[in-house]
Design a binder for this molecule. Structure first.
Ligand code: AMP
Length: 362
């Protein structure tokens, strides 16, 4: 069978490629680095994501291409789309990579989000403060991830200096949400239109970066579950989507506000490697190839911890019963996601406190 193309060669591409192997499938990644994490397990075409010659080499003989990241430059995305079948469609990637388009799309489908305004200059910002109140979150429309490209501002002076510091970038201002917790849900839709949903999970962030995930999220009653189902179906149908899509949400009482869409597999779904009957990676491949989807049921209670910065003591991690270590083959650097631990446990809070010290969890 022809290889499956993955745009980007990071850890998500690596885990997709690993999931492809037992199915007898091969992946090819496009990535500008010399040795991206996926290169150990997939063919690698080295080149920028908007470099025509590299894109031509990458797409040569591919069955289908998918993204492991949404921040693909428009030139590259348009050229890729003209040469190879993209799943999900490039149009879905365009919506999800731009916070303005993303939130406008969600509102257009009747899905609740924080209030937001487009900010081009000081006048827009003054108006946003007046209409949305303070604090506000200023976010770049594109290229923001892991808390980058955003600033919480508590007064007018802070807002104006943040605008000056982010000058040049196109921004949105978002009202501050006093949420009870953060949830996400992964939904998968095949090219035939079959839809499956993983159980919703609870995510804990520090400084905008995901630190750990509890799966399934505790205390999801029928009302929240129905809303999650409704939101997920509305979004995948609205985008005519194929593949795994992850929806990040704020829970406020029994209300759900969507914060972000990831048109790809996602960090909050890493627990599915051992924790679900079919991992998000395998189901993404099944979905984009038009194969039957696998069960998304959880095999128990799981917690996923991100490893940030340096490598942990292997023996100490594996001492924890039910722990599975996944390292991405990345060089250690402060704050960098270099791996994660999935741990099967009936008591995620206890597993967390056992790992807290040496994993530096906060
Ligand atoms: P984002 O880059 O939009 O995913 O934001 C990263 C993190 O910042 C989120 O996971 C939240 O913890 C926090 N955050 C983002 N937007 C808001 C908001 N409007 N109100 C409160 N917290 C937010």
């Amino acid at each position: 069978m022809n290889p499956i193309g993955i745009i980007g060669g990071g850890q998500l591409a690596r885990m997709l490629s690993l999931a492809a192997h037992p199915l007898g499938l091969r992946c090819r990644v496009l990535d500008p680095s010399a040795q991206p994490p996926a290169a150990a397990v997939a063919e690698h075409v080295r080149g920028a994501l908007d470099e025509r010659a590299a894109i031509e080499q990458f797409t040569d003989g591919l069955s289908v291409a998918t993204c492991e990241l949404e921040h693909v430059p428009e030139h590259g995305l348009a050229y890729l789309e003209s040469l190879v079948e993209m799943r999900p469609r490039a149009a879905a990637v365009r919506v999800a990579r731009d916070r303005w388009q993303e939130k406008s799309f969600l509102r257009g489908c009747g899905v609740e989000t924080a209030e937001f305004r487009l900010v081009g200059d000081e006048l827009d910002l003054e108006r946003a403060i007046e209409e949305l109140g303070l604090p506000l979150v200023l976010k770049t429309r594109t290229n923001g991830y892991d808390g980058r490209g955003q600033k919480v501002v508590c007064d007018r002076a802070q807002a104006l200096s943040a605008l000056a510091a982010m000058r040049g970038a196109s921004l949105i201002a978002e009202s501050w949400v006093e949420f009870d917790r953060e949830l996400s849900v992964a939904v998968v839709r095949s090219v035939q239109g079959d839809i499956e949903m993983y159980p919703a999970v609870e995510n804990r962030h520090t400084g905008g970066v995901l630190r750990w995930t509890v799966a399934p999220a505790p205390d999801i009653g029928a009302a929240l579950s129905d809303q999650l189902d409704q939101i997920a179906r509305t979004v995948v149908l609205g985008l005519d989507y194929a593949g795994v899509l992850v929806i990040e949400l704020f829970q406020v009482g029994q209300r759900l506000l969507v914060n972000e869409l990831a048109p790809r597999v996602h960090n909050s779904g890493h627990w599915t490697i051992e924790g679900a009957e079919t991992s998000q990676f395998e189901n993404h491949l099944r979905a984009i190839l038009g194969l039957p989807l696998g069960s998304t049921s959880a095999t128990g209670g799981w917690v996923m911890f991100n490893l940030l910065g340096g490598e942990p003591d292997l023996a100490r991690v594996l001492e924890l019963r039910g722990a599975h270590l996944h390292l991405y083959g990345k060089a250690a650097r402060p704050g960098r996601k270099i791996g994660h631990v999935n741990c099967r446990t009936p008591d995620p809070w206890n597993a967390r406190s056992r790992l807290q010290g040496f994993l530096g969890l906060s």
